[in-house]
Design a protein around this ligand. Sequence first.
Ligand SMILES: [Fe+2]
Length: 147
Amino acid sequence: MINLIGRIFLEPLDCPFRRVDEIIKKAKEQARIIIVDFHAEATSEKVAMGWYLSGRVTAVVGTHTHVQTADEKILPGGTAYITDLGMTGPMESVIGVKKDVVIDKFVNRIPRYFEVAKGPYQFNAALIDVDEETGEATSIRRIQNYE
Ligand SMILES: [Fe+2]
């Protein structure tokens, strides 16, 4: 499992594209199945990473936005891809935070302490089938379960 962080709308860090090349090289000495979690804000950056790693890793899954995308696919070369896995957390919330607090922050533009919301929960994930011999993904399915 490789965790990368994007640079668009986030604190500028090292280039995830250049860095992942080095990490994959090392990972392939130890594993056939390589999952990349790309923690990034911009869908364009995540889509680009999917194409950049197409055929080189088992899966590229996006995280950070907390809203599951409906674009799961198998990229050429057997790389499962989804722009964002979504969120496992409170359903009646603004990406996990008490909705009243976030709405108040937007309406009145006053900093507020973010509290995790309560209530019914949702479970978001993706189920990926992998050919263990080749390390290639053969299918990806979104999971959205609600309490
Ligand atoms: Fe995040």
